[in-house]
Design a protein around this ligand. Structure first.
Ligand code: UDP
Length: 327
């Protein structure tokens, strides 16, 4: 039975991939320092290692104890805005600590790696949808840190024979029955809008209404976490190294997301128009033709309505996030 070591398995996307790995019959060991994640978000069927990515010995021990044959690496900082204020946090954790993980794998002879990368590695491309052949020129330290790690992976592939798949997510959203999105400081659009619907916030702020888009707000490509999780399983099973974009080929503006949340919740949601947030490209839409063709990825939830419905269900059931589960 294969065991997968999942770093960041207590976080939003990591926890849902852990659940899907377990459902598919894998054994899972989660490695997480709970700085962003939650203990209650770790599926009880998984083994849990509390540790820091900076701690090489802890990583090597976890690889050895779990007898992992592959690693899925989610543990990273992922906020564009924060990265524009505190770049050190992003380069240290996403690059240096990631490197520590790869070196621990080299020491322990673990050769298979699936990496959470991001569309932020592309910056502001000349055309949409973004495919894998387009140049990568990130415009924020978050995207730059992930691109650096992609390049490191490429070299570790050549030199240390680690085979890897880097999945460049567009905007992950939605929830499963058990696990959902709960950040200690919430900056993401959909949970912020739903917090207004829950009466926890007065209004949702729209960052920029003067972008060159039809309604002036930013357009993003929202992808259901369960579709992302399916891509991770396929990535794990594939034998080749590759980079794949994971989007839906379509985009939704901030204003359209808010309108959809009003429809799904049946509640009025007040808005407040604010200036642009530093580091935000106007439009990001991804093409996923390559992963469909190579790995047979077959997304099931490609509608903003379905994504928001699943998130709303989870947030209604967990209005305080994981804190109400006696974390
Ligand atoms: N956004 C917004 N209000 C919020 C949170 C986000 O207007 O409270 C905008 C943000 O500027 C971006 C889009 O919504 O254009 C998606 O942002 P999010 O932080 O969810 O994801 P990102 O694209 O930064 O990864």
């Amino acid at each position: 039975m294969n065991t997968i070591l999942v770093t960041g398995g207590a976080g939003y996307i990591g926890s849902i991939c852990v659940e899907e790995l377990l459902n598919a019959g894998y054994q899972v060991a989660v490695f997480d320092n709970l700085s962003e994640g939650h203990r209650a978000a770790v599926d009880p069927r998984a083994t849990f290692f509390y540790g820091e990515l900076a701690d090489r010995l802890a990583l090597e021990q976890a690889l050895e104890d779990s007898k992992a044959t592959a690693v899925m690496h989610f543990a990273a900082h992922a906020l564009v805005g924060e990265s524009m204020v505190n770049p050190s946090k992003y380069f240290y954790n996403n690059v240096s600590c990631g490197l520590n993980l790869l070196d621990a794998m080299v020491t322990k002879g673990v050769k298979r790696f699936v990496f959470s990368s991001t569309c932020a590695t592309f910056g502001v491309p000349g055309s949409m949808p973004i495919n894998e052949l387009m140049p990568q020129h990130p415009i924020n330290p978050y995207g730059a840190s992930k691109l650096m790690f992609e390049q490191i992976l490429d070299w570790y592939g050549k030199i240390h024979e680690i085979t890897f798949v880097a999945l460049r997510y567009f905007n992950a959203a939605g929830a499963t029955e058990c696990f959902g999105e709960d950040h200690r400081i919430e900056t993401h659009l959909i949970p912020n809008v739903l917090q207004v619907a829950l009466g926890q916030k007065k209004e949702v702020e729209i960052y920029g209404t003067d972008y060159p888009t039809a309604d002036g707000s930013c357009i993003r490509d929202y992808i259901h976490v369960l579709d992302l999780a399916q891509a991770h399983l396929l990535a794990l099973q594939s034998k080749e190294s590759a980079f794949y974009n994971l989007g839906t080929g379509g985009g939704t503006s901030v204003k359209e997301v808010i309108e959809c949340c009003r429809r799904v919740t049946g509640l009025p949601i007040s808005i407040l128009e604010k200036p642009r947030r530093a580091g935000d490209p106007p439009i990001l839409i991804g093409s996923s033709e390559k992963i469909k063709k190579d790995l047979g990825w077959n997304p099931q939830y490609q509608s903003i309505e379905k994504i928001i419905q699943s998130a709303w269900k989870w947030h209604q059931r967990h209005p305080l996030g994981y804190n109400d589960d006696n974390e």
